[in-house]
Write a protein that binds this ligand. Sequence first.
Ligand code: HEM
Length: 515
Amino acid sequence: MSLKFMFDSFSWPLQDLNIEQKGVLFSCLLALLWCFISNSNKGLPPGPKALPLIGNLHSLEPQLHTYFASLSKIYGPICRIWLGKKLGIIVTSPALAREVLKDKDTIFANRDVSVAGREVTYGGTDIVWTPYGPKWRMLRKVCVQEMLSASTLDSLYALRRRELRQSINYFYNQTGSPVNVGEQMFLTALNVITSMLWGGTVKGEERATLGAEVRDVVTKMNELLVTPNLSDFYPGLAWFDLQGVKKKMKVLAKRYDNIFESMIDQRQKMNRNGVGQESKDFLQVLLKLKDEADPKMPLTMTELKALLTDMVVGGTETSANTVEFAMTEIMNKPDVLRKLQQEVDTVVGKDNIVEESHIQHLPYLYAVMKEVLRLYPAVPLLVPHCPSETVTVGGYAVPKGSSVFVNVWAIHRDPSIWENPTEFHPERFMENKWDFSGNDLTYFPFGSGRRICVGLAMAERMFMYSLASLIHSFDWKLPEGETLDFTEKFVLVLKKKMPLVAIPTPRLSNPTLYE
Ligand code: HEM
């Protein structure tokens, strides 16, 4: 429909031609476009034949991670795909991933901002979309050293604990009934993160209302962020916003901004009255930084809000989906569940509840986290990188401005690297060298190099604390007649196609441990 729209809109110079002349002209145009596209493939990595105008859009499959993996099996560890006018480069080997993310990191540490992404992050002023340079370094520093440092995270433990205990209490009240584990984990992650953002300001009923509003906005934003958008494939058409993605995102971004404005307003009032300083949360940390920032590199109110957006959008789905995949795999392997429960029982005891301080004493749980992120890396193609200049990778040209997808999902399942790659086997991580640092490009679920995930430390805490609490507090079984489903769905992040529904049964000694 949109291509017809394009031809209709630009048909005025053809009005005086008869049907045969139009046919000839159209064929010439197609031939020219074909030549243009064939020539423009010179020096590029190999890839499937592209059609004029649409490139490979016609054969694109929604499960991009598996589709890209199948292309790399045909065309090799570096291949190309045309997304309309946009060139995509797919990288699927540790050696080439190293070239992109380590050896030529400064060139590739840039992003190609999507229309929807720009709209939702105050014009791309957040960490994810800011190009590599002094501004991005400043934002990362704020995040790593101030918001997500070990000491700030320690000081926010009470907020995380409050939210997780509420979820455990919810599961307890559902004893014996089927519960949508995925949905609950999303709510828990969202509540944990928003609580850390401004939990010191919002109390009681307002917290619940605000939670529902944020949840609604974030869910709709995530849907729009993954809508294939013609404005991204044909930047020349962006002005028309043919699918209305930009317009819809603007409305959501405004709702989101209203929430931030109201939180910031309340906090500034509290600060003026001398009571805000007691609030320990990201908002307080950021407002202080903003007031004390170096005038040569200020932290603006817009950047502050964009940073808060990153925490919510970057931290909720990733964390929640990882816990849901873990629960699914564990329920499929009763031995793993038993071993995990034994480990947690030994460290915590059955007359006690899990605290975050326990998690560093749970090596098997840590191995489970690594194995889940091997099979289901939360961001399977990383956030696409974009070279700031044309550069050679694996002997092929990667032009400036192309979108580079590093298929970490496929590397994590490569049989030449992993024994029984599709089997969930946490033991493989008990005594080996793999970690989350991204130094070894056979295993890098959080990315590697300069753009490595900024929320790594928080993700570790959230996953370990949540999963330890879930399997320590409850035994889990499937509803009668149900089977486990492992089908994945690619929506920029990786999620389960069918949510995990399971029945919790309390296993601790005393009902007060669920309050
Ligand atoms: C299981 C949990 C998570 C996984 C597996 C994960 C993974 C990733 C990956 C693969 C990237 C892209 C790296 C690249 O482009 O090369 C990324 C970027 C990012 N993540 Fe995470 N993430 C997780 C949780 C979080 C959390 C909890 C937060 C924040 C609270 C967060 C915030 C970010 C941000 C802001 C970026 C962009 C960094 C930049 O472009 O400089 N992530 N993450």
